[in-house]
Design a protein around this ligand. Structure first.
Ligand SMILES: [Zn+2]
Ligand SMILES: [Zn+2]
Length: 338
């Protein structure tokens, strides 16, 4: 089968022929991959920022597939089912899994890092990672349902408690997460201010529903946020960038909250701790999503309130896909079709 295997950190990616997957264990199913998303996390994995990554490994954790084979003891799923998958396989037994907080399961296995992922024709997984996907959703919508839409439901609703009529600032708005965050925040009734570094993307962000678009090439945007909000600041910031955290802190109102979902340069940054105290700001990390949130994401796509904004390339163009993300000249999510 065709697959993209990361054998050594910081090396170019290409499709190669690898051995077919056989011998399904208890609880496992075999998927034919219809579409897979390219995540900034994949770039960080290639660059070696997750040193526990098991090499060699097939990359990819954003999955739309169809079940083509089923092992023993697989409840609820059968051959032919179309599925979305979590970005990991939860253990199913720990306290977090029992509380339906499987996104923070310590024993989870992350696709494309701990176990082989979806930059491939086929993928082996446990039924525990899967949710049935409607046939009438596009492969793109299904593939972004976990790491993008579900992750944003987790970030905005579960972690951020975003409420109707609140003002939200979304940084990195042109990226794969940002373009969908705008739509989801609007579907929750929020007022959206988005920040992009690219002038040419501003109109497209307005078309997605942004109430304000700030173009900032140097990463400074808090003054503009202040003037848009009459000096008060926003209720909540969805920070998709990381490097922008100080500006996010200056942009949020007293008592506001920051939800951190992205970190494009995972190196230490310095922060004015005083802002957190004097403005009583809270900062929450947010990781991936649970199965419930994945189901909710599929519903949100089905309702038409959130449309996938994607560019699909053949799997063979994996290196080009990664380059586009590194250079940040794309708009929306880049997808690979095996
Ligand atoms: Zn992802
Ligand atoms: Zn667990």
């Amino acid at each position: 089968m065709k697959a993209v295997v990361l054998r050594k950190f910081k090396t170019p990616l290409r499709v190669e022929e690898v051995e077919e997957i056989k011998d399904l264990q208890r609880g496992e199913v075999l998927l034919r991959i219809e579409m897979t998303g390219v995540c900034y996390r994949d770039i960080l994995t290639v660059d070696g920022y997750f040193p526990k990554t098991r090499l060699p490994v097939i990359l990819g954790h954003e999955i739309c597939g169809r079940i083509i084979d089923v092992g023993e003891d697989v409840p609820r799923f059968k051959r032919g089912d179309r599925v979305a998958s979590l970005t990991y396989i939860p253990c199913g037994e720990c306290d977090e899994c029992r509380r339906n907080e499987e996104n923070i399961c310590r024993k989870r296995l992350w696709f494309g890092e701990d176990i082989d992922g979806s930059y491939s024709e086929y993928l082996k997984t446990s039924y525990r990672s899967l949710v049935k996907a409607p046939e009438d959703l596009s492969p793109e919508a299904v593939a972004i349902s976990a790491c993008v839409t579900g992750m944003l439901i987790h970030a905005l609703k579960t972690r951020g408690k975003l409420m109707h009529t609140e003002k939200i600032l979304i940084t990195g708005a042109s990226g794969g997460v940002g373009v969908h965050a705008i739509q989801i925040a609007k579907s929750y009734g929020a007022k959206v201010i988005s920040v992009t570094g690219r002038e040419e993307h501003a109109d497209k962000l307005y078309k997605l529903g942004a109430d304000h678009v700030i173009v900032s090439k140097d990463g400074a945007f808090s003054d503009k946020v202040k003037s848009i909000t009459d000096g008060v600041g926003v209720d909540i910031v969805l920070d998709c960038v990381g490097l922008t955290l100080t500006e996010s802190l200056k942009s949020v109102k007293w008592g506001g909250r920051i939800i951190q979902v992205g970190n494009i340069k995972p190196e230490p940054i310095s922060l004015m701790i005083g802002y957190f105290i004097l403005k009583e700001v809270s900062l929450s990390g947010s990781l991936s999503c649970t199965k419930r949130e994945l189901s909710e994401a599929l519903e949100l796509h089905k309702s038409g309130k959130v449309k996938p904004i994607t560019t699909v390339l053949p799997l063979e163009q994996v290196e080009e896909a990664h380059r586009m993300i590194r250079e940040r000249r794309h708009f929306g999510r880049i997808m690979l079709k095996p």
